[in-house]
Design a protein around this ligand. Structure first.
Ligand code: SF4
Ligand code: SF4
Length: 302
């Protein structure tokens, strides 16, 4: 990609040409510094925890429902709603704000966030935004990450005399852990996006995607109590891990969706040979049937 194009793309991401944007038109690197602190002493404390557009990642849901000591079913019922994410056509869970209470987040209290150490990723990263550029020509499709500051006028945290680098802020917010947990999910979103608007995800695939990415109890039942293991071959060690740990099951779920919905391959689960043979037979049978139909049609035309 030519330098000029990269610059244009960075400007578009940073919304340089939109004067009303809270995004500071400055590209930050990992060692760039900024001043910020959010604490109960700031005059705006908790005011931003309302009318937020929060898409919950699969790892957010695990942390939050465990923190609240409830099942995923109950958590989703009480706090989230399913919706389709933009042009990806992919179902995601959005955190419900309390409309009857001025759009407040259900977890905000006068003392701050009730689930602070397990709050969703989008609340953790503020005021740092992250973007990535794909440097197609120069680095053979490598992703290049960069950061920017989201500076909103009402936020008094920027007047506080505490200095961070992007890296020290990310470490404080457990950003690396959250990024690594969410990577498989992000890859699935991008995979779908790359198909473009044309290809709608069929309703049954949407249902499966939502269940696997939001509800570990249901997904665990699906793996161990349906015909899943008659269809896929999974290593015993992996089975032991996913029976016990939600995060291991979540990562396994990303692999499963890659195979089952997007036709990808995975080292962690493979279609059993007898299932593959059966599928191949079905395809051959379908092709033969189509061929006979075409032959009949062409004979009819003569
Ligand atoms: S989850 Fe916590 S930090 Fe995030 S909006 Fe709600 S109260 Fe605020
Ligand atoms: S507006 Fe800024 S300083 Fe105020 S509570 Fe929100 S993040 Fe903290």
């Amino acid at each position: 990609m030519a330098l000029k194009h990269i610059e244009k793309k960075v400007n578009r991401i940073l919304k340089k040409d939109r004067p009303d944007s809270p995004i500071q038109p400055v590209r930050l690197e990992r060692d760039s510094t900024f001043q910020f602190q959010c604490h109960p002493g700031v005059s705006c404390f908790t005011r931003c925890c309302r009318n937020m557009n929060i898409i919950l990642t699969p790892y957010d849901i695990i942390r939050m429902k465990n923190r609240l000591g409830m099942s995923a079913d109950l958590f989703l019922k009480l706090y989230a709603r399913q919706e389709i994410l933009g042009i990806t056509g992919i179902p995601v869970a959005r955190l419900n704000m309390l409309e009857e209470m001025d759009g407040k987040c259900p977890f905000v209290t006068p003392e701050g966030c009730q689930i602070y150490t397990d709050r969703p990723v989008c609340c953790r990263y503020y005021p740092i935004g992250i973007a990535s550029l794909r440097q197609q020509e120069k680095h053979q499709g490598e992703e290049e990450e960069f950061f920017f500051l989201v500076k909103e006028d009402h936020c008094k945290g920027f007047d506080e005399p505490v200095e961070w680098t992007v890296d020290s802020w990310r470490a404080d917010q457990e950003a690396d852990l959250y990024d690594s947990m969410n990577r498989g999910w992000m890859e699935l979103l991008l995979r779908k996006k790359s198909f473009g608007e044309e290809s709608e995800m069929p309703p049954r695939a949407q249902q499966l995607f939502y269940m696997v990415t939001t509800n570990m109890e249901r997904f665990r039942k699906f793996v161990f109590e349906s015909r899943f293991l008659d269809t896929y071959e999974v290593d015993d060690q992996i089975l032991r891990e996913i029976r016990e740990e939600d995060t291991a099951l979540m990562q396994f779920g990303f692999e499963y969706l890659k195979v089952a919905i997007f036709g990808g391959e995975s080292d962690r689960l493979k279609l059993r040979q007898e299932i593959l043979d059966r599928e191949v037979k079905k395809i051959i049978k379908r092709r033969k049937k189509n061929k006979r139909r075409l032959q009949r049609l062409s004979r009819g035309r003569r």
